[in-house]
Design a protein around this ligand. Structure first.
Ligand SMILES: Cc1cc2nc3c(=O)[nH]c(=O)nc-3n(C[C@H](O)[C@H](O)[C@H](O)COP(=O)(O)OP(=O)(O)OC[C@H]3O[C@@H](n4cnc5c(N)ncnc54)[C@H](O)[C@@H]3O)c2cc1C
Length: 372
């Protein structure tokens, strides 16, 4: 739903993905005037598995029952042929929080935006923020692609890995790797057996695969590799299938499930990286705009939502005059990044089967590089 652009708000949130929508809902619930500006470009949406630990976040937002009523596929566990040819894993039946979900991402993101609007946020779709300028008395003016303008005391940059506002502020992005995803959707064959609603990860010499059933009779099958290796493969179905033959568990699953791909594989950026700093006294980057994590963690949506909640509370404190509220939230993002790096190293160290393969060698010697 389009709403008119207000001239001024206390907080402008750029980007209506999970981070921005959650921040906008929480800000509205805290009584702050907030605009949620969503460009609404039709880019491929990836990231479909919501871990069980999202439940407390949904509770804080008052959205647990709404999400449960959506009928997403329960995600009952996750299995990995990682460090070993045979898959090992865990059933969420033993998880404290119960099961997670395999989502229809477009529907889920739209649900969160609608929840922000219902709480009182001004949701403006088709609102692509192209430029920004600091105001003399504090805050920013934002210019949209269609020429409209809005001013705000505080800006939350939730624009995803493009981090458009932070980059306009001159903050550079640093990347840890050059990972991309080659995404295929297998269509379910009539009469195919029910596929266990669990995600499966499988390492190969040139990267790793993940697969998960989705609502509407699709199995998402994704090859995670580096951009140079992806260039050698290309985006032809034949090249993708050829690499799939190196992943016997994933290949067997795709064959059991369906007859073929809904279309040629789509290539999606998936590099881990971060902004060199996450914010200042009057702006903060959240979700993927602040830092992107290796999809192996399967936590991007959860972290985005948690950072949205945290940023909303920090912005409300900043508006009450607590000058270091947003810098303190930025410091919490720093701590999260340090934890992520430790986990990243721990997981990649577990896979030692291809010590000479370039994909795995690169993950043993990580350094942050300026983004290309
Ligand atoms: C291959 C792959 C698989 C993944 N799998 C999972 C998974 O299974 N589970 C999981 O939890 N996570 C997964 N992730 C990560 C997850 O998708 C992201 O972490 C999550 O989408 C981040 O949410 P966000 O709101 O920060 O950003 P986004 O979802 O990227 O949302 C940003 C929004 O900002 C808007 N926008 C951009 N620029 C502007 C602008 N200038 N003005 C206005 N609006 C703008 C965009 O249109 C978009 O709607 C995966 C990622 C990849 C690459």
């Amino acid at each position: 739903m389009n709403t008119t652009l207000p001239g001024y708000v206390e907080v402008a949130v750029i980007g209506g993905g999970p981070a921005g929508a959650v921040a906008a809902r929480m800000l509205a619930q805290l009584g702050v005037t907030v605009a949620l500006l969503e460009a609404g470009q039709h880019h491929p949406l990836v990231g479909e598995t919501l871990p069980p630990a999202v439940r407390p976040v949904l509770d804080r937002l008052g959205l647990r029952a709404t999400v449960e009523a959506e009928g997403y596929l329960p995600s009952v566990g996750s299995w990995s042929a990682w460090g070993d040819a045979e898959p090992w894993g865990r059933d969420f039946i033993y998880s404290y929080f119960g099961h997670g979900w395999h989502l229809d991402r477009r529907r889920f993101d739209a649900l969160l935006r609608e929840a922000a609007r219902a709480a009182g946020a001004r949701l403006v779709t088709g609102a692509s923020v192209m430029a920004s300028a600091p105001l003399a008395g504090g805050g920013f003016s934002l210019a949209l692609a269609d020429g409209r303008e809005i001013t705000a005391r505080i800006v939350l940059d939730a624009s995803g890995r493009g981090a458009s506002f932070a980059r306009q502020r001159g903050v550079r992005r640093q990347t840890l790797d050059r990972m991309v995803a080659l995404v295929g959707h297998v269509v379910r064959r009539a009469g195919a057996d029910e596929e266990p609603a669990a995600s499966l990860v499988e390492a190969t010499a040139e990267g790793w695969w993940y697969s998960a059933p989705l609502p509407q009779d699709r199995l998402v099958v994704v090859f995670m590799t580096d951009s140079d290796i992806a260039r050698e493969i290309g985006t032809s179905t034949e090249g993708w299938l050829d690499r799939l033959s190196a992943a016997p568990h994933t290949g067997a699953r795709a064959l059991r499930y369906g007859a073929g791909l809904a279309g040629p594989p789509v290539i999606v950026p998936a590099a881990s990286g971060r902004l060199e700093r996450f914010g200042d006294v009057d702006w903060l980057a959240i979700g993927d705009a602040a830092a992107t994590r290796d999809p192996l963690s399967s936590e991007g949506i959860l972290i985005a939502m948690e950072s949205g909640l945290d940023a909303a509370e920090a912005a409300a404190r900043a508006l009450r005059g607590v000058r270091d509220a947003l810098p303190a939230a930025a410091e919490r993002r720093e701590a999260g990044w340090r934890e992520y790096l430790a986990l990243h190293d721990q997981y990649y160290d577990m896979e030692q089967r291809w010590p000479d393969a370039r994909f795995w060698q690169r993950r043993r010697s990580r350094t942050l590089q300026a983004a290309e």
